[in-house]
Ligand binder design. Structure first.
Ligand code: 59J
Length: 576
């Protein structure tokens, strides 16, 4: 047992010192608490709120879309977006009138909107203003009004290239056309910077750029805008003249497979998309499928020539202008009598091709149609593009064979038809289509023997340039033009054909001696007077081709021999 000191206390003075020190510490802490929480509290809270580190995105520039010559078709321009923090702005009612006025809204609408959103910390005041207009408002320095720098897409060619280029949404994400198809290529990667901001989002200090914005890539289209304008204008005029509902024009460079023009009506202005109706947005040349009718006949004839059983001058009897094929009657527009194979194309007989197909069988014809790209994807990767349909039968019945031979029972897009004519024109070599500029020569695949393609082109030329040909309105002075008209009864949704609704078609190539272009014109439901392809679609083809040949400096191949001019004798010259 420990013995305690008599007074029972262990060093009493030391204990008091410890107690005293502890007391002073507690008092100091308590004072500090009072000072921070009570005396300086308001000031410090304020300072803390004023500074916070944030990451702010740096907008990335979306890539430019241009035509083949660098003409801009989709451009990202810097714009200013204004927003407000209503919880602040609500306290500055005296500034509302000038703000509303600068924004171009009336004060009552503006106040109403602010009051309705009084609890929120973010509302847009105006998106995508020109930087100058935005500055006018930020210069007012109204508390609670802020700006963001953004980019906005602008489409200089407007409705002329709308279906091709497509458009983005307000956040610059591709929604239609090439803007959608090539979104990943075009879009940039936003950067990021670290900033010190106050509670109201005001910048105090730019700390550092964490990541630079990476701009998107450029896209050069195959389109030649000069030609695109011509196609757009000629199509619009034909639609007005003939009171038609819709139409398309496609022009292809037969050597490179590049699409030089693709126009559709109706169209829309991509810069102002209020009141957009779905029918205005269709890129019909790639989306709408139809029974092509007569332009198919040249492939039936080519299959006949390839079989070795027909020559261009082989005689065919189309009398009496109707032909019974089991349950169906094939009709020509009139009795053409005895024609050679060229005459079958020139007059657009239905009986001629039907006889060829029934003779050689449907398979070689169907194979050829597939070889030139019908019923197959074009590989363009365009959003919503149609593949069309080529019939496949285990056993072909005569009716199916006959209808296929003159262009029924299959469906194609205008672009596929232009592709097929391009293969015919390119010495029988099929080249893949492209909506982007092609800078290297393309090999292509021989799908029609060269000699057969030459013979077929001569028939197409006779249809346009020959006496009494159905395509005479497609002529272009100075050039040999070839092509095929088509007038097709439109199909009814429930099956069968509409008695009085037509589609007028023209498919052709130029110049025949050394083809450069293939083009297709489709006009849907002409309603004023004429509806034959030869009268409605062929003139559009002629105008578009004339411009294509001139704009791309293609030398004329149909100039009359220069006349030897007899010069008058010089005075005083020798006389007999
Ligand atoms: C025609 C058809 C419909 C489908 C006939 C057009 C058929 C047919 C069933 C009569 C108008 C018309 C499968 S005609 O394109 O033959 O373009 O310059 O729609 O024949 O059997 O009043 N074209 N058109 N036929 N069907 N079925 C000719 C021809 C063609 C022309 C004119 C006159 C038809 C020369 C179309 C043109 O080549």
């Amino acid at each position: 047992m420990i013995k305690l000191k008599p007074n029972g206390s262990l060093h009493p003075w030391r204990f008091r010192v410890v107690l005293g020190v502890l007391g002073v510490c507690c008092a100091a802490i308590a004072w500090q608490i009072v000072e921070l929480q009570v005396l300086d509290g308001g000031f410090l809270r304020n300072q803390g709120d004023k500074r916070s580190v944030r990451h702010v995105p740096i907008p990335a520039h979306r890539g430019l879309i241009t035509d083949r010559h660098g003409e801009p078709l989709a451009v990202s321009t810097p714009v200013t977006t204004l927003w407000a923090n209503p919880t602040q702005l609500i306290n500055h009612e005296n500034r509302w009138p000038e703000l509303a006025k600068a924004l171009g809204t009336d004060l009552s609408t503006f106040s109403e909107r602010l009051r309705a959103n009084a609890q929120r910390e973010f509302i847009y005041l105006r998106r995508h203003m020109t930087p100058q207009d935005g500055e006018v408002i930020t210069d007012l320095r109204v508390p609670g009004v802020y700006s963001i720098e953004e980019y906005r897409r602008f489409y200089p060619a407007g409705e002329v290239a709308a279906h091709l280029v497509g458009f983005t949404n307000v956040d610059e994400v591709g929604q239609e056309g090439l803007e959608l198809a090539y979104n990943d290529w075009l879009k940039g990667v936003p950067g990021s910077r670290q900033v010190l901001q106050d509670r109201r989002g005001r910048l105090i200090k730019d700390v550092q750029v964490v990541r630079n914005a990476r701009p998107g890539n450029e896209l050069a289209m195959s389109i030649d805008m000069r030609l695109q304008y011509v196609a757009h204008r000629e199509l619009r005029e034909a639609l007005n003249t003939f009171g038609a509902k819709a139409g398309s024009v496609v022009v292809v460079d037969v050597r490179s497979g590049e699409i030089l023009a693709m126009a559709n009506h109706p169209t829309y202005n991509p810069n102002n998309r209020t009141n957009l109706r779905p029918e205005m947005m269709r890129n019909r040349a790639l989306i709408d499928v139809f029974e092509p009718g007569s332009p198919i006949k040249i492939f039936t004839v080519a299959a006949g020539l390839m079989s070795g059983r027909y020559q261009p001058n082989t005689v065919m009897d189309t009398r009496p202008g109707t032909m019974r094929v089991s349950t169906m009657t094939v009709r020509d527009i009139r009795n053409f009598g005895v024609l050679d194979v060229t005459g079958v194309i020139v007059k657009s007989s239905n009986i001629g091709p039907a006889k060829i197909a029934l003779d050689i069988g449907a398979e070689p014809l169907r194979d050829l149609l597939q070889q030139v790209g019908l019923g197959e994807s074009t590989g363009l990767g365009f959003p919503g593009e149609s593949v069309g349909r080529l019939p496949t039968h285990r056993r072909w019945r005569p009716v199916e064979t006959a209808t296929l031979s003159y262009g029924y029972g299959l469906s194609v897009t205008a672009t596929q038809l232009a592709h097929a004519y391009a293969a015919l024109a390119n010495n029988g070599r099929r080249v893949p289509l492209s909506m982007l500029r092609v800078d290297q020569p393309v090999a292509g695949e021989q799908v029609i023997p060269e000699q057969v393609s030459q013979q077929a082109l001569a028939m197409l030329r006779a249809t346009v340039d020959g006496e009494g040909g159905t395509g005479s309105r497609a002529r272009v002075p100075g050039y040999q033009i070839g092509g095929k008209t088509g007038t097709v009864h439109k199909t009814l949704p429930g099956g069968g054909y509409a008695r009085d609704r037509y589609r007028s078609v023209f498919a052709g190539v130029a110049p025949i001696s050394n083809p450069r272009f293939a083009a297709v014109v489709v006009i849907d439901e002409p309603s004023k007077g004429q509806y034959y392809g030869g009268l409605v679609a062929a003139p559009v083809f002629g105008q578009v081709m004339a411009n294509a040949l001139r704009l791309l400096n293609v030398p004329p191949d149909d100039m009359p021999e220069l006349q030897q001019v007899e010069l008058p004798p010089i005075n005083g010259g020798s006389r007999g």
